[in-house]
Design a protein around this ligand. Sequence first.
Ligand SMILES: CC(O)(O)CCCCCNCCCN
Ligand SMILES: [Zn+2]
Length: 669
Amino acid sequence: MKMGTALIYDEEMTKYKLLWVDPACKIEVPERLTVSHDALVRNSLADRCVAIPVREATDAEILLAHSEEYLEAVKKTPYMTLEDLKEFTLQYGDVYFHPNIYHCAKLAVGAALQLVDSVVTGKVRNGMALVRPPGHHSMRSAANGFCVFNNVAIAARYAKQKYGLERVLIVDWDVHHGQGVQYCFEDDPSVLYFSWHRYEHQKFWPQLRESDYDSVGKEKGAGFNINVPWNKVGMENSDYLSVFCHLLLPVAYEFCPDLVLVCAGFDSAIGDPEGEMCATPDIFAHLTHLLMNLAGGKLCAVLEGGYNLTSLPQAVCQTVQTLLGDPLPQPANLSGPCTSALESLHCVRSAHRPYWSCLKHAADLPTSDISTKRIKLAEEEEEKTPKEEEKSTEEKVWPEPPKRVAPPVRSVALLPKDVTCPEGCKRFSSSEALDPLTVSKLRENFLKDADDGDALTTLSSLISITEEMKKNEICSGLALVRDVTMAMMCVVQHAAAALSNRVLVVCVGNGKVPSHIAEEGKALVVQIGSESTEEQKCKYYIPVCLKKGCSDMSGFIQAVFGLFLPLGYEYDPSLVLLVRMPDSRIHDRMWQQLTALLQSFAQGHTLVLMQEDEKACVGPTASSLLGDPAPPLERLQAPLPQDMEAMERLRHRLQADWKLLQITAPESG
Ligand SMILES: CC(O)(O)CCCCCNCCCN
Ligand SMILES: [Zn+2]
């Protein structure tokens, strides 16, 4: 049954601020929290969430990540004079204290722990905590970067200790490196820490050598710390999605976490004075969605940074709306990753090749290893002529994120009469008759025997469903049909021609897929099976072959992340047709993961076609279409080398046409 989304917020955490002049800290203002919460209220998102109260963290909880002497020192701050507070602050970097900040810091930790409790005990499915002070820079015995206690690091330790979780994934999409988290877990294989961050070859704050891609973790923790340095500003949606598809998601699925914690900083969004990036707020809807099928959907997002009071609330709303299960917005401006991002991606993948079987086939370090660039560029920096004044981030403009309207009907089912309709789905019966022209075309084009009334009803129903999707009256649908290939042909023909849709067709399993439907680019057909179907005929028909077929989960998931998702994002369809070919032998869990992940596209307009005898798949498919998190895959063993090499060759061949398939910078080949 559909569980809720927790929202944890208390205005007490707005009751501290900078009491003196400090240019480094002036951006960290109480309004960050009020504008974010007000936006959730204004967009009727707050009242769709389960409000969970904050609480103060106990000493014991804070001591999970901090030293006693540090806690004792911070405990004294409420009684300090302004001069004492200034003096006390001097020992730390880029942070300020206030008589009420200790209280707020305890509430920020407590909020994160309340969120963990609500998600892990199943009171809610997922949730977000809007907190300040942030946490990911604070260290065992030091405040740093606006942070006093490390909210997410404490939450990870707390979750393991209280609930015996074995593996926790921390995804830090804040634009700064959460070095405090890295230090906390770098020798700990049970906590995988992933962070991307503005780095500029160590020139950007906090200018740490250990924030570079070659900090992979220590001793037993080797491989469980992943740093993606952004060596240029201006990173866009494509850069973020490429790193998710080609690095974070394959590794995260291999890690198979019991809980996902997000250091949800939104200073990585456009307009932020710290990040100076160009990714639009709607991208956080996609980043959230791509993480929501890990750990059975157990996802806790905890606010870190975000200093542009326009993009911050927009990104917070995009994140919460996705946690609530609403359809995703069409991703904006995917132009392909930039060279600098590809260099970083390439370096991180090769640095982690020894630790993750999904990266075993990553190419070697590029000859021009970017770490050497760190020194060279720093030297060049001096004599560089001053660039013409860039637009300041505050003047940056971007379109309001599109309204994400959930259609009145979430999912329909076209089923034989004897098959019960899954709860939450609406049984589809073609109410209005199709216009006679369409019917006659169906007869002549698709029906083997023109008098096959049932087939005609099925096909005309499928067409009606695609039309109602087009009008956004239905979000998604599933259909049990006698002949999936004929049904697929019919839907593609109609959708492409009549509705000028771009249709992404994902065929799971062997079987002849008439590639002519892909010819003119109105449909992109990807097919995954065990036979190396004839060489790929054109740019829009892409066969993927797995030696052991679709039952091979690790090979399959690599194809999903390395090929299907990047292709889907770039193709940007308005309809996704997921076809389960007869005897595909795909595991239900993998099928549910695929059904869930494909809802990244076309604002969730997914139509699933299955053979009539696959009644058992109706329930699981429906639950994924209804937005229930797909159950976790068990721990994946290594994908077959020959499959990975074949996919590598395919990716290499296609990347000229499909930029999001690139994982290395052009010149490094
Ligand atoms: C949570 C967080 O990662 O957003 C904190 C960022 C601290 C930035 C300190 N330097 C600021 C320099 C001012 N231009
Ligand atoms: Zn930040």
